[in-house]
Design a protein around this ligand. Structure first.
Ligand code: AMP
Ligand code: MG
Length: 345
C-alpha cells in the first residue's frame, strides 16, 4: 500500500484533502492525524471491521481498548450511557483538550472498539485538523497513538511515517504536536472518579473542578500484582531498542554516576536538561528541555527516545524529571520506557 503524507495548513485547510480523508474513514480505511497530545491513527469507531484494522496496523494486543474521539459535545450522548454530572463539569473545563473520560458504553459502540469492555473512553481533541477530520469522518473516530505497539508515541508526522509506511493510505501532517504526552484518562464509571493515566491535565487541576478524585492504585504502586484498570497501562511501552536506566538522586552524584558509565565500553546515550548538558563531556548527549519549563521536557521525551534508535547506542542513562506539575505524567512514560529500570545514587 502506498502511504501519502500531506501537509495541512491549520489556518487554511485544504477542503478537497479533508473531504478525501473523511471519505477514507467513512469507507473503513485508516487515516493518521495530529492532535494536541500525539499523532493518532484514526478509524470509524462504530465500524468493527475498521477498528480491527487499527489493531493490525499497530500490532496492538486486542484487549487494549481504543479512545473514541468526538468533535462536538452533543456527540457524547450518542455513545455513552449514565453520564454523571462530574463529566459535564470536566468537559466544560477541559474540552476540547487533553482529557479522556470513561463511561458505560451504548450498544452501538462495537466490542471490537472497546477491547471487549462494557465501557468506552471518549475525548474531544482541540487540534483544528483533528476536529475537521472527525466531522468529515462521521463524528466518532477511534484513534490510539499512531505508532507500532511498544514504540514511543509519534509527535511528528515523520515519526508516523517511520512506523506506518505501507500500512495505511494517508497521514495528515500538521507539524510537531504541542504537548507530546498522551491524554489524562479519568474513569467516571465508579462512585468516585479515578485517574487511570496521568497526563497534561493533572490531579490538582481535576480536583479544582470536581472535588473528589483518586488515582488508580495500579499506577502508584510498583507491585506487579496490582493490575492497572486501563488495560494499556500494563504493557511495556515507549521503549527504545537500547536498555534505558533512570538515575535518581541529587544532581551532583547523578552526573558523576552517568559520566562514569559513559567512560566505560560501548556507545552510551544520555538524557539531560539545559541546566546539566555541559556537565557531560562523553557519550551521545541529548538535551530534553529545561527544568524551568516542564512543558519542554514533556514535548521532547518521545522524540529523544526515538532518536537513540537511529544513533545505535548500546545503553541509555536518563536523569529523573520529578517536576511539580507534569512530573507524574513524564515519569510514568519514562519509567515504562525503562521497563522500570532505575537506580538511586
Ligand atoms: P492510546 O490511545 O494508545 O493512548 O491508548 C489508550 C489508553 O486508554 C490505553 O491505556 C487503554 O487501556 C485506555 N482505555 C481505553 N478505553 C478504556 C476503557 N474503556 N477502560 C479503561 N481504559 C481504557
Ligand atoms: Mg499509545
Amino acid at each position: 500500500m502506498q502511504t501519502e503524507l500531506i501537509r495541512i495548513d491549520r489556518t487554511r485547510m485544504d477542503r478537497e484533502v479533508m473531504e478525501r480523508a473523511g471519505a477514507l474513514l467513512r469507507g473503513g480505511s485508516l487515516v493518521a492525524f495530529p492532535t494536541e497530545t500525539v499523532y493518532g491513527l484514526g478509524a470509524n469507531a462504530l465500524d468493527e471491521e475498521a477498528a480491527k484494522k487499527i489493531y493490525a496496523a499497530k500490532g496492538r494486543p486486542s484487549d487494549n481498548p481504543l479512545i473514541v474521539h468526538i468533535a462536538e459535545l452533543e456527540a457524547l450522548e450518542g455513545i455513552a450511557a449514565q453520564i454523571p454530572k462530574e463529566a459535564w463539569m470536566l468537559a466544560e473545563a477541559f474540552w476540547p483538550g487533553p482529557l479522556t473520560m470513561i463511561f458505560h458504553k451504548k450498544d452501538r459502540v462495537p466490542w471490537g472498539t472497546t477491547g471487549g469492555l462494557a465501557t468506552v473512553a471518549v475525548r474531544m481533541p482541540s487540534d483544528e485538523i483533528a476536529g475537521e477530520l472527525i466531522r468529515q469522518g462521521g463524528g466518532y473516530i477511534a484513534a490510539p497513538s499512531a505508532n507500532v505497539s511498544g514504540r514511543p508515541s509519534p509527535t511528528t508526522a515523520e515519526h508516523v511515517y517511520e512506523d506506518m509506511k505501507g500500512r495505511i493510505p494517508l497521514i495528515l501532517d500538521g507539524g510537531p504536536v504541542p504537548i507530546g504526552l498522551e491524554s489524562t484518562i479519568v474513569d467516571l464509571t465508579e462512585d468516585c472518579p479515578v485517574i487511570l493515566r496521568p497526563g497534561y491535565i493533572t490531579l490538582s487541576m481535576i480536583q479544582e473542578v470536581i472535588r473528589e478524585t483518586k488515582v488508580d492504585r495500579g499506577l502508584i504502586q510498583e507491585d506487579s500484582f496490582i493490575r492497572p484498570k486501563a488495560p494499556g497501562m500494563k504493557y511495556r511501552h515507549y521503549a527504545p531498542r537500547a536498555q534505558l536506566t533512570i538515575v535518581e538522586g541529587e544532581a551532583g552524584p547523578v552526573i558523576a554516576y552517568i559520566n562514569e558509565q559513559a567512560r566505560g565500553t560501548g556507545k552510551v546515550g544520555i538524557i539531560c536538561t539545559e541546566e546539566t548538558k555541559d556537565c557531560y563531556p562523553l557519550g551521545d548527549v541529548k538535551c530534553i528541555g529545561s527544568r524551568q519549563d516542564e512543558r519542554s521536557i514533556a514535548s521532547h521525551l518521545f522524540q529523544v527516545l526515538r532518536e537513540f534508535d537511529g544513533d545505535d547506542v548500546d545503553r541509555i542513562y536518563s536523569e529523573s524529571f520529578d517536576t511539580p506539575g507534569l512530573g507524574q505524567a513524564i515519569m510514568n512514560r519514562l519509567l515504562k520506557a525503562a521497563g522500570h529500570h532505575k537506580i538511586h545514587v
